[in-house]
Design a binder for this molecule. Structure first.
Ligand SMILES: Nc1ncnc2c1ncn2[C@@H]1O[C@H](COP(=O)(O)OP(=O)(O)OP(=O)(O)O)[C@@H](O)[C@H]1O
Ligand code: SF4
Ligand SMILES: [Mg+2]
Length: 420
């Protein structure tokens, strides 16, 4: 394993049993929330993970931290196969991983002061001995995230949404992690506060050398912070690539649709933007379509798509990784994302905090989260099937009417391992 890879997922599946409510019928099927994902997270990078609600982002993030048990596949953290580790050894490794949740109100215990919540991982991982040392450390952590340490005796409901998320971040840092899964960390915040929290995450990453998996349904937000982006659809990663090239030259038709929904800040280019609206509901993860699982909504669907389950492949030309399907791959490193302005309105200072890292994977619950998916209109649940007459998509103002398959489509499908 390359030294610059911190986390590796290989063929990871997480299938949740569907239990019948009828007596004695037992398990009647499985929700294939994550269904064969290969992915690598590089040390020090922010890997964005985007996709529509229900595509499996949170489940994958939780599986990487082993907060949910994978049904199949292997997860390595810093070269150690965590899927094979007994609970006792997993505990010490967990200190090096953490989670920041979408809804800090739900993830913080309302009956505990924020100081106690932030300090809990110190106790769990025995990181500071004695009350005075623990209290000092809690104060440091609060300063690092821009909170006044004098507020440690207050309860979560006494804080604003942005402040509560800072508490959640301080708690995540307490265990001194290297890898943090940020699961929609700004989705529940006011727009005015979102940038402050993103800036804080960027600053912390720089200061403490953190590695992030930044989960979001919002490609526009992910593009701001991510070095690379992985796109998920119905339990699979369909494309991975450097953030800049994935957005400028998406390879996969689903990525194209997501990208087409992101407003362009340049007025002339914004006027030219043609939004691809996907019709139809996302199929059930309990019963995904045959072949390419995007085929029921793909604007470029053609005859072979129901019969081929395409494999994620490296796409040399752009350095991106296009695909629909199982095997992950890697792409070229872009420049580091980031940048930030100091966030106003919160107290606090940034405090020198060398070597902090830390966070608790002891966190309970997993934030549900969900929001409207970018670039995707609900609309007709009508299955287009495979016919090119009925592509299941309308590209507003697009030249492609779906009646034929331009060379570009064929090239794209070729990249996905599907040939006509
Ligand atoms: N514990 C569970 N038991 C059964 N099904 C589950 C469980 N957790 C998630 N699922 C199902 O797995 C699929 C993926 O869910 P997940 O929460 O990972 O999606 P997501 O991409 O994070 O969505 P969102 O953007 O809404 O947060 C969904 O169909 C969801 O209903
Ligand atoms: S394989 Fe077919 S259905 Fe799948 S993304 Fe490519 S063109 Fe669309
Ligand atoms: Mg989620």
């Amino acid at each position: 394993m390359s030294d610059d890879i911190l986390v590796t997922a290989a063929g990871v599946e997480v299938h949740f049993p569907i239990r019948s409510t009828a007596p004695f019928r037992g398990v009647t099927g499985h929700v294939r929330a994550v269904d064969g994902v290969d992915l690598q997270v590089r040390r020090g990078e922010t890997l964005g993970l985007v996709g529509e609600s229900g595509c499996g982002k949170s489940t994958l993030g939780n599986a990487l931290l082993r907060l949910v048990e994978p049904t199949a596949g292997r997860i390595e953290f810093d070269g150690v196969d965590v899927t094979a580790l007994p609970a006792s050894q997993l505990r010490s490794l967990r200190r090096r991983m953490a989670m920041i949740f979408q809804d800090p109100f739900a993830s913080l215990d309302p009956r505990r002061t924020v100081g106690d919540s932030i300090g809990e991982p110190l106790l769990i991982h025995r990181l500071r001995r004695g009350r005075a040392a623990q209290a000092a450390r809690v104060g440091e952590l609060m300063e690092v995230v821009g909170l006044d340490p004098d507020l440690r005796g207050r309860y979560p409901h006494e804080f604003s949404g942005g402040q509560r998320q800072r508490v959640g971040i301080a708690r995540a840092l307490a265990g001194e992690p290297e890898f943090i899964v940020c699961d929609e960390p700004i989705a529940s915040l006011d727009v005015s506060v979102q940038a402050q929290v993103v800036n804080l995450l960027v600053r912390l990453q720089r200061e403490f050398g953190l590695t992030y998996l930044f989960v979001s349904h919002d490609l526009a937000a992910v593009r701001q912070i991510a070095d690379r982006i992985a796109v998920m659809y119905l339990g699979r990663v369909v494309e991975v690539g450097p953030a800049t090239s994935l957005v400028s030259t998406p390879e996969h038709p689903y990525t194209e649709a997501l990208v087409s929904a992101v407003p362009v800040p340049v007025p002339e280019r914004e006027r030219e933007r043609r939004r691809i609206v996907l019709h139809g509901d996302v199929p059930s993860p309990a019963d995904p379509p045959s072949g390419c699982r995007f085929r029921t909504r793909c604007p470029k669907v053609f005859e072979p798509c129901p019969h081929h389950d395409p494999v994620l492949q490296s796409v040399g030309a752009t350095g991106a990784t296009g695909a629909t399907g199982v095997n992950g791959a890697s792409a070229e490193e872009p420049g580091v994302s980031g940048a930030s302005a100091e966030e106003p309105g919160v107290s606090g200072a940034s405090a020198e905090e060398p070597g902090v890292s830390g966070a608790s994977a002891e966190e309970p619950g997993v934030s549900g989260a969900s929001a409207e998916e970018p670039g995707v209109s609900g609309a007709s649940a009508e299955e287009p099937g495979v016919s090119a007459e009925e592509p299941g998509v309308s590209a507003e103002g697009a030249a492609d009417d779906g009646q034929h398959l331009p060379a570009q489509h064929l090239a794209a499908c070729h990249l996905h391992g599907v040939t006509g």
